[in-house]
Design a protein. Structure first.
Length: 175
């Protein structure tokens, strides 16, 4: 977690990331996310395998940040689901795909300022199956952490389902 984030109130207990989102890593993530290179995303997760080992005992299940049906049709896949599946393969923890859903179409977060991102993502998620996470320690997964607005909003939604704790993992974060 970065120093800037330490002082902010957040609905997730702690955040982890694999890489800084810069230079070649940025290019790799773009090819994964926007060019359909799922193999690149899978490879990147395996490069952070040892980092996973340091906190995998702290969660019971994995919940990927969902995309809307419209976005899924355009992109053809949800990169957070792929990351979650790879982490599941490493840790042996189950992925709960059907717990969280994105019910609101939003603009791409990367095109917006911090304040615009907060307004854009507010109320975007809902729970499909509260019972699945009640009392569980959840690892929320996304591909990228920039201002943390998506992580905060998704974590708040998971907290409504009475998750015991929510940890957050992003493949990369902005420096």
């Amino acid at each position: 977690m970065c120093g800037q984030c330490l002082g902010k109130k957040k609905p997730f207990e702690e955040g982890f990331y694999g890489f800084y989102y810069e230079k070649r890593l940025r290019d790799a993530i773009h090819s994964f996310k926007f060019s359909g290179r799922k193999d690149v995303g899978k490879c990147l997760i395996h490069l952070v395998r040892t980092k996973m080992d340091t906190f995998s005992w702290r969660f019971d299940c994995i919940v990927p940040v969902p995309v809307t049906e419209k976005r899924l049709k355009v992109r053809g896949f949800n990169q957070s689901f792929i990351i979650a599946e790879e982490i599941s393969g490493i840790t042996g923890k189950p992925v709960y795909h059907a717990v969280l859903q994105k019910t609101k179409e939003t603009q791409d977060q990367y095109t917006l300022t911090k304040d615009e991102r907060k307004r854009n993502i507010k109320g975007a998620f809902s729970l499909r199956r509260e019972d699945a996470i009640k009392g569980k320690r959840v690892l929320l997964i996304d591909d990228l952490y920039t201002t943390g607005q998506t992580a905060r909003e998704a974590s708040r939604t998971l907290a409504k389902g009475k998750a015991k704790t929510v940890l957050f993992f992003a493949l990369a974060r902005t420096p």
